[in-house]
Design a protein around this ligand. Sequence first.
Ligand SMILES: [Zn+2]
Length: 198
Amino acid sequence: MSKRKREIAPSTYEPCSSIPEGETTLTTTHLLVAVLVGMVMSLDRDEWFVALTFGVLIDLDHLFAAPRYIADNGWAAILRPSWDDGSGLPWRSLFHYPVGAFVVAPLAIGWRYFVPLVFWGLHVSLDQLQNSTLEYSTPVESAILVVVCSGIVYIGYRRWGELREETGFRLFLNDVSRKIRAVLSGYGRAIRLRLGST
Ligand SMILES: [Zn+2]
């Protein structure tokens, strides 16, 4: 982490002419893809926890790199398609590279189930896909989001319909928004309790 490296970092970033290798996939996309695959696999509560840890939360490693990255490149650089600023300084952990399989695969075999490996593989594959289409990251990500959201709504609606005699998309939406409001008010109550007010 030499001073000289830090000084040359901003000038080496050229967004259009030489696109640096990096990861662009938004954590929201990772979350939605993990939710869709989790729904398809009908995960139970514990499996959801593992799936979201390996499929989404591995992005938390960016938080450790964020202070250095922002100090070197400024806050606006958070929106860049890649955080690889050409400084050569690390900005993501081993888990973001295929070599991370050497850590995740033995864990998955040890636990006798493959949820960690499946969701970690999904995360890295999505990052690799975006990596190879950096010039088109917005349309690619938008297309993934549309397909994934449609899939979630489709599976959610079908499963919801299986449990009811009276169905209809409007009823489904009402039911979903009622559940979301209930969850949010539950969180609100829990936070107010924590803060000591009732
Ligand atoms: Zn990632």
